[in-house]
Design a protein around this ligand. Structure first.
Ligand SMILES: [Zn+2]
Length: 338
């Protein structure tokens, strides 16, 4: 297991933020399990997996701060280095602007991100979730983010937006009003077809690290890398089953300490497993893109799961062969290291 050097650096907690310290992949079984009755899934023993990797919540995880031994700038720097190591460029980071108002030094994190050839997109100012606020308040949060993120948004080739927690609106009225605003302001809404629940692994990792439990910490790392490959395959097969054709997936990572530490191994393992990382523009096409924001949904689900749930045919969120591992990680995240 090789992890990136430089983690757990002895830097202040928020150095940059001011005051606070083409291989083939086997997917037949999953595809069969998730087959939608009215779609004939092309049975095959393998499937190509193209992924557009994206980040959420730069420059700083919403309303929280990095754990002891990490800083916001260091976490993002480790992820940038991992992307560079594996030749993954032009990654869109969906950003919240609230840290810029409270910690102006966070601007350097976005500046470094863009100077690496990556891009910034709108993820609202305060990361308010649409079900928690009125449509007007939500729209105002998008506009405020546009104002504060303008120095970096204007340098991106595409004008992209992502809903916090990928909630599209819990009522038809909210969904319609936000969609109308996004269209009028030429924001392209971008969803996610696969995430790896690294926030749960992050909590388990920090618990194990704080306890000095080396064995638990190694389990967290190793299990994540295996899980990530399986979960991306699971989600990819489900999306292809839903849409009935080959799609380019959209993956998501967050700037949490754990992901910073394993990012290089994560990208390397996926490439070794046959994933090809492609520009996000390749994923924003029919039939996937027109489905974004197409149904009322306040569920924290990836795109095809929201569509399936709205159609009354919910699908498995976690790769079936890794459900026990995921449950174990959730236990460890809650402090159980047995
Ligand atoms: Zn977010």
């Amino acid at each position: 297991m090789s992890l990136q050097a430089g983690r757990m650096e002895k830097a202040p907690i928020l150095t940059a933020c001011g005051t606070m310290g083409g291989r083939r992949l086997t997917c037949q079984t999953t595809a069969e399990r998730l087959m939608r009755p009215d779609i004939e899934y092309r049975q095959q023993r393998s499937c190509q997996m193209k992924l557009a990797f994206t980040m959420d919540d730069l420059p700083l995880w919403p309303q929280s701060y990095p754990p002891t031994g990490y800083c916001a700038a260091g976490i993002v720097r480790s992820i940038r280095e991992a992307l560079a190591t594996h030749g993954i460029s032009g990654v869109y980071a969906f950003c919240n602007s609230w840290p810029l108002a409270e910690h102006p030094d966070c601007a350097a994190i976005l500046e470094d991100w863009v100077n690496d050839g990556h891009h910034v997109a709108n993820h609202t100012h305060a990361h308010r979730q649409l079900p928690d606020v009125t449509a007007d308040a939500f729209i105002a949060d998008i506009a405020e983010a546009e104002r504060l993120l303008a120095p970096w948004l204007t340098r991106a080739p595409m004008r992209l937006f992502r809903h916090p927690l990928c909630h599209w609106g819990e009522t038809q009225d909210k969904l319609d009003r936000v969609n109308a605003y996004l269209e009028a302001e030429r924001w392209i809404p971008v969803d996610v077809t696969s995430w790896t629940y690294e926030w749960a692994w992050n909590r388990a990792y920090l618990r194990a690290t704080e306890a000095g439990d080396t064995r638990a910490r190694e389990f967290v790392i190793e299990s994540f890398l295996d899980f990530a490959v399986a979960q991306h395959r699971h989600d990819h097969a489900a999306a292809q089953a839903w849409f009935g054709e080959e799609i380019v997936g959209i993956a998501l990572g967050h700037n949490v300490a754990f992901f910073a530490d394993v990012a290089s191994d994560y990208f390397g393992k996926l490439i070794e497993a046959g994933v090809t990382f492609v520009p996000l523009s390749e994923a924003l096409r029919p039939p996937v893109q027109p489905a974004v924001g197409s149904v009322v949904s306040d569920r924290f689900l990836v795109l095809q799961q929201k569509l399936a749930a709205a159609a009354g045919a919910p699908t498995a969120q976690i790769a079936p062969e890794h459900q026990d591992t995921y449950a174990r990680i959730v236990q460890m995240a809650q402090g159980d290291r047995r």
